[in-house]
Ligand binder design. Structure first.
Ligand code: NAD
Length: 505
């Protein structure tokens, strides 16, 4: 079991075991956000560790690529069972380092497992096409082949689920994988690596490399890395996309978000208020699908805010492992302070502080934890920093709009396009919204429309660089190359030399 004590030391997982290459030149501190204490350290990879991880993955590739589909599926099924058995332990590890409440951490493990379950169907998913007699006695077919060593670089906010958007599909397709998880909450990925080993995955197929920009750059510039999947903030996503493309790699880079929830006058306001509070403050707003902006279409604003305030007043904020806690702390002190700066900043720019999260009591007392309670900023306008920036914390901004068209203009003008939702009882309005909105994932009376594993996850605009979304069939296509074969088997009637371009007859 992975250590969560004070002396925790997290290191890389390379070639089926904990890395034993001696003392790391650089290390980072891992925090317990609910107390503010340092709970351990994590090794940061330099060039030698990057080379070791990629070399292990490269060496494992020829055998894994040729493993039968049945064998791959069996390992995936076993891995699925093991993650399920250890879901509680994983959730506690995540909660201790991220801060989110344990039930929420268990939810991310469950959603990640859905991708493993999707990948268990790999024999079906990798079926190519076959056309008999494309020309006289000539057949054509396609085969989907793995790329080789692929890398995943993931954010702090879902230390289990986001990596699980990537590696189950990549590995099922026959690739070998190097994961560079967030240095802020690195332990879950190591526990996952142990479970892969227990499931019978050959050494070197799944590796974990800890670290920061140096590790990422090492992977981006490594000639043996064939593809990079990234999830994180927009500036880094853009950098990853540009750099990986320049170094000749296939790349998908999912970026940040500013998700709007439109509430039309005919909406069920209790449902909308429940949704705004759940989607705004779950996981302290540190979700890429969190609702960060409610667009209240006149005249619902005041009534909706009243209902939101009633609900926020009842929320229990406290440590992730406290049985009554519904919302935990933020991930680091620096992030907490940055998020809190939008409260005074918003008011200075003309917003009203409808709920001030700095005054929220904390179960068991705040101590030195990274606390900020649920905050509602009303009368926010698109020129304000609180609107323009991705705050990524428990701050729900409310923008008032005079009409559906005005609400749509606000969303259209926003650079992000990850998720959005509309609350209405008008099917025609909802249908128009789903058709018009320039956003990749849409909820209709559903606030966090995270697609199922068999649909793919991804936003539009500045929320995604590249053309492949994560998991689902888009994941299978991202992690494979299609080869088209045209075949003619010797036949007594072959037709002699012909220098013309092949046409079909
Ligand atoms: P981040 O961009 O700071 O870090 C993501 C990863 O990139 C980490 O592994 C980190 O070590 C690495 N990294 C950080 N700085 C780097 C640099 N300069 N060069 C190279 N690598 C670097 O993101 P975060 O703070 O960990 O996560 C929060 C962000 O992720 C938010 O913006 C959120 O919206 C986004 N996110 C997006 C999605 C999505 O599906 N679109 C999902 C989850 C999170």
């Amino acid at each position: 079991m992975t250590d969560i004590s004070d002396s925790k030391h997290v290191t890389h997982w390379i070639n089926g075991k904990a890395f034993d290459g001696g003392q790391a030149e650089r290390r980072g501190e891992v925090y317990e956000p609910s107390t503010g204490r340092v709970s351990g350290t994590v090794d940061f990879a330099g060039p030698a560790e990057v080379d070791a991880a990629v070399a292990a993955a490269k060496a494992a590739f020829p055998t894994w690529r040729d493993a039968s589909l049945t064998r791959r599926a069996k390992v995936l099924f076993r891995f699925r069972e093991l993650v399920n058995e250890h879901a509680g332990e994983l959730a506690r590890l995540i909660s201790a380092e991220h801060g989110k409440v344990i039930s929420d951490a268990a939810g991310e493990v469950a959603r990640g497992l859905e991708v493993v379950e999707f990948a268990c169907g790999i024999p079906h998913l990798l079926k190519g096409g076959f056309s008999e007699n494309v020309s006289s006695r000539v057949d054509a077919y396609s085969i989907l082949q793995p790329l080789g060593v692929v890398a995943g670089i993931t954010p702090f906010n879902f230390p289990a689920m986001v990596p699980m958007w990537m590696f189950p599909v990549a590995i099922a397709c026959g690739n070998t994988f190097v994961l560079k998880p967030s240095e802020k909450d690195p332990s879950a990925s190591v526990r996952i690596a142990e479970l892969w080993a227990e499931a019978g995955l050959p050494d070197g197929v799944f590796n974990v490399l800890h670290g920061d920009k140096a590790a990422v750059d090492g992977l981006l510039h490594h000639e043996d890395v064939k593809a990079v999947s990234f999830v994180g903030s927009t500036p880094i996503a853009r950098y990853i996309y540009e750099t990986a493309a320049r170094t000749g790699k296939r790349v998908q880079a999912l970026g940040g978000a500013k998700n709007h929830m439109v509430v039309l006058p005919d909406a069920d306001l209790d449902l909308a208020a429940d949704a705004a509070v759940s989607a705004g403050f779950g996981s302290a707003g540190e979700r890429c699908m969190a609702i960060s902006v409610v667009v209240a279409v006149d005249p619902v604003g005041d009534a909706l805010i009243g209902k939101v305030r009633e609900r926020v007043a009842k929320l229990k904020v406290g440590p992730g492992d406290h049985p009554e806690s519904e919302m935990g702390p933020l991930v680091t002190r620096a992030h907490r302070d940055k998020v809190a700066s939008y409260l005074d900043g918003g008011v200075a720019q003309g917003a009203t502080l409808a709920v001030d999260g700095r005054e929220t009591p904390v179960l068991g007392g705040p101590g030195d934890g990274f606390w900020l309670g649920p905050t509602v900023l009303d009368h926010v306008t698109p020129e304000m920093d609180a609107y323009r920036d991705e705050i990524f914390g428990p701050v729900l901004s409310v923008v008032r709009a005079g009409s559906y068209e005005e609400a749509m203009e606000v969303i259209d003008a926003n650079p992000y396009g990850n998720g959005t939702a509309i609350f209405t009882n008008d099917g025609g309005a909802a249908r128009r919204f789903q058709n018009e909105v320039e956003v990749g994932m849409v909820g209709i009376n559903v606030p966090i429309p995270v697609p199922m594993a068999y649909y793919s996850f991804g936003g539009w605009k500045a929320s995604l660089f590249g053309d492949s979304h994560a998991h689902g069939m888009e994941g299978v296509h991202f992690y494979t190359r299609t080869k088209a074969v045209t075949a003619r088997w010797l036949d007594p009637s072959h037709g002699g030399v012909n220098l013309g371009f092949p046409t079909n007859g």
